[in-house]
Design a binder for this molecule. Structure first.
Ligand SMILES: Cc1ncc(COP(=O)(O)O)c(C=O)c1O
Length: 430
């Protein structure tokens, strides 16, 4: 390893002989690889998906079954980000008041394509920096009295639950939790649990659209209708939804919806969003982060974007990610995501794993979750990654979460399954 002095010395020596040019700095991701022909999608889908895999920098020998934590941006998205830095950093923007700073404007050129992608209008959509930030807006936003209740599920991510726990500790709001069935047989089972947990003090129902721990897709439209029928605000954490399944926010009819674009949509890290149904909801939601413009009601959702400086090339990458998904087609992406999950789920249950994934296809998407008593989840996870370049995630002691993005093949999944069999044999797990 080089110490600091020799590192600086070698860097100086290098720059003495090698002029630094954009070419020399060009990272591998700037090498563009043509997208497979659209005609292949129907004539030879296997060849189409195989060719699409080359858009991702993930090495060929790596099997990534954990897009649930964070996605990997494909080449066109990276190119848009890098080009974005190269152009914006020249500081040659047209207007004398124009700078590469998101956070002091409405940025409709980035909000509108994303709002369209999610079945919303631009004025309903605020782009923020991640889902945690958006969830914090929800938890901090409403005026609530000591003893007022928020109802959440027992499967919320820390980034959904903790903003409420913070508010609870600081201001006395009560966080009530209902247990999700594991697995839910159908939508009614989930709706009944929510209905039974509602009290006269329930002000907000805050649940994931797609559970981070089990991958179950909650019946968002029915939950929103149930909440509305009782005068309760409905808010969804949709961190996993954009890019995994087709989402139509205005059809869901919820009051608030948050999410991440860096997971299944493969957009830039540092992108999240907050959707607010209409002005009557916005009038009740205080900003959590604020700079000038935060209190201008005529701005609609963009007033929640008045957050100080942030990163414009990030938004350029977001637009490229939307174009990339649209070029493939969200219907095709969703169908392939689901097909791969159905496959891995069926194979794992054949092997005797206990399923936490719903048997109702409407309640599952691209994450299968199984419990395998006897397996040490962290040991298996480490062994798969360190020895075999296969990434999975799960929960202790023995829950495995298997996320299947469209760029995987059945052969990738078979590789995981065969390693899982080896591990079970090695450990004597039946
Ligand atoms: C359901 C859910 N909500 C929120 C988050 C946090 O998302 P972000 O990293 O965009 O803040 C995650 C991340 O895994 C998640 O699964």
């Amino acid at each position: 390893m080089l110490d600091r002095r020799s590192f600086l010395g070698s860097a100086a020596a290098m720059s003495a002989v090698t002029p630094v040019s954009a070419q020399a700095l060009a990272p591998i991701s700037l090498t563009s690889v043509p997208l497979p022909a659209a005609s292949l999608r129907d004539t030879n889908p296997d060849a189409y998906w195989k060719a699409l895999r080359a858009q991702f920098l993930i090495p060929d020998d790596v099997v990534n079954l954990n897009v649930g934590t964070v996605g990997s941006s494909p080449r066109p998205v990276l190119k848009a980000i890098f080009d974005g830095f190269e152009t914006t950093e020249q500081m040659t923007q047209a207007g004398s008041e124009e700078y590469p700073i998101w956070g002091y404007g409405s940025w409709d050129q980035y909000r509108k394509p994303f709002a369209d992608f999610m079945g919303a209008k631009v004025e309903q959509m605020a782009i923020l920096r991640n889902c945690t930030e958006a969830n914090s807006y929800v938890a901090n936003g409403f005026d609530m009295k000591v003893g007022d209740e928020v109802l959440i599920s027992d499967e919320e991510h820390g980034s959904g639950e903790m903003p409420w726990m913070l508010r609870s500790r600081r201001y006395g709001v009560v966080v009530k939790t209902f247990a999700m069935p594991k697995p839910p047989r159908d939508a009614a089972e989930i709706l009944n649990r929510i209905n039974d947990a509602i009290t006269p003090k329930t002000r907000i129902i805050f649940v994931s659209h797609i559970s981070t721990s089990t991958g179950v897709i909650l019946p968002a439209k029915q939950i929103a209708a149930l909440a509305r029928s009782k005068g309760i605000i409905s808010a969804f954490d949709g961190a996993h939804a954009p890019g995994m399944i087709k989402v139509d926010l205005n059809d869901i009819g919820c009051d608030l919806y948050t999410g991440s674009m860096h997971k299944w949509l493969f957009a830039t890290k540092g992108t999240g969003f907050l959707y607010l149904r209409d002005k009557s909801v916005m009038d009740r939601v205080w900003n959590t982060v604020a700079t000038g413009g935060y209190d201008d009601p005529t701005r609609m959702a963009d007033r929640y974007m008045q957050i100080g400086s942030s990163c414009i090339p990030t938004l350029m990458g977001l637009n490229a990610a939307i174009d990339f998904a649209n070029a493939i087609g969200m219907d095709r992406i969703e169908a392939r995501n689901r097909m791969l999950t159905d496959y891995i789920h069926a194979e794992m249950t054949k092997r005797g794993a206990e399923s936490w994934t719903s048997p109702d296809p409407a309640l599952r998407g691209a994450i299968a979750t199984v419990n395998v008593p006897g397996v040490q989840r962290m040991e298996l996870q480490d062994w798969l990654w360190t020895n075999h370049k296969v990434r999975i995630r799960g929960g202790n002691p023995s829950k495995l979460r298997l996320a299947t993005p469209y760029f995987l093949s059945k052969a990738d999944i078979d590789r995981f399954l065969s390693l899982f069999d080896d591990y079970r044999k090695m450990k004597g797990i039946s």
